[in-house]
Design a protein around this ligand. Sequence first.
Ligand code: NAD
Length: 552
Amino acid sequence: MPKDNPRHPDFPIPSGPDLRAKNWRAEGLLRLLENVLSVGEAPEKLIVYAALGKAARNWPAHAAIVKSLTEIEEDETLIIQSGKPVGILKTHAGAPMVIMANCNIVGQWAKAEVFYDLERKGLICWGGLTAGAWQYIGSQGVIQGTYEIFMRIAERRFNSSLAGRFILTAGLGGMGGAQPLAGRMAGAAILCVDVDEARAKMRQEIGFLDAIAPDLDSALAMIDAARAEGRATSVALIGNAAEIYPEIAARGITPDIVTDQTSAHDLVYGYVPAGYDLPRVRRLREQNPEELIEAGRASIAAHVSAMLEFQSRGAEVFDNGNLIRTQAKQGGVENAFDIPIFTEAYLRPLFCRAIGPFRWMALSGDPEDIRRIDDLVLKMFPDNQIVTNWIRLARENVPFEGLPARIAWLGHGERTDLAVAVNRMVASGELAGPVAFSRDHLDAGGMAHPNIMTEKMRDGSDAIADWPLLDAMTLCASGADLVTVHSGGGGYAGYMTSAGVTIVAEGSAAAETRLRLALTNDTALGVIRYADAGYADALDEAAQKAVGHIRL
Ligand code: NAD
């Protein structure tokens, strides 16, 4: 029986023991497709997050995917091209059940205008990272990443504590909506600016945001009061970041940490220029996208100039993966790249050891399954401080959206060990149902993105997309249940390629083999990618854990 979904009543949350598909591998993937819509930003348009990231090309394609998943046999593979199923092929029981390629446009043509044209013709759609791959779990998906960034900054700059510190950010959408909760969990007073009141209200309703301030003066007063008491809080302000950031700077106020997670990557369907209200923006999307692009670039120039001003006054300023520096540079801000990208600045040492955003979803819909796995993680990895601290915090603070799920930054070997142990719990009946394992595409082996994931690689290999392609092929050879290759669409067209993977732990010996091979090889390739680039941490990890790296 599916569960009611108050946020999107037409998109119930899958749950229960009954299968519509012929096996749990296909049923699990079907539930994940249903889940990304149940927690998505605009499911009636199949949009999951990041302005245009879609779960399927269109509604007929969606219906055909659902039908295919309910009919597919264990020894068949469903082929999906940019959100449209194009065939079911006879393979074998050890092969993936679904393989996908989303939005991959040949190099010279991989531009936003070509993407929009192909999209209008119904030939392509953008899958974001986890949207088209049915791996999105709501804002929780990026929450630990955001939290870890704040904590790394705390360690480097603020004696390991953000109590009494002011974080300024913007964007409360599908991913950005994690920021207020991550900031509060990190102990800070965080102010989040968004033009769309509905987004802020929704984050407040689901427990990710404490309060919405009526105006800038009140917002700053609420932040100041929390800072004075060393109290963690999250406050939203409805407004345009391109106006609010410069205004805060003009008042002589300097936050301790500044970032942004508006959908700056997409100037047509995402970013709202200063001086434009939402109805006007929606009209112009169809009538005059060029005006939006021009106005958006000018706004981003002001937005990023204020961020640079904060940086020059000593604030810790970083790009949180939305191409805002790239847009600002195109808008004339020559030094936009003085702002570092979060991956290179804070997280690369973790990626060198293939520690990244691993996740699992309880396909039964039973939150108890996640609690039992939380206990297991604490028992299995008592010495892993990042993960034990996170699990304790998350179980107290992170509300579930859609299927109960958990994200935890685990590395090579750890992911495999956990998944195999969970698969055995499924087999023994300790859990109410199977569990799907996946990860963000922003992971050690999974992504080439020269302005986000692979910026300033030690050996200069930033733009080489061989790695995610090798990863996807490795995952197919390892028998993962779903394997996908994505490239950027909309404003990300031409900017990235990534690989995604999902495996359903349904309790069988075959599932254990799939989990062992796919998860081990995925993280092994991640370590190899960074070892090949010459990172000492990755070379050490490769040597210690014998990942099969060949050193020339
Ligand atoms: P979204 O489209 O769901 O939400 C964007 C939000 O920004 C909306 O609420 C919108 O109202 C707001 N907004 C737009 N212009 C604004 C402006 N000028 N001032 C204030 N608010 C404005 O997008 P999302 O899924 O939250 O993703 C946000 C960005 O983060 C995207 O560029 C996405 O690609 C990127 N992203 C980064 C990571 C990462 O790992 N760091 C992960 C996922 C997504």
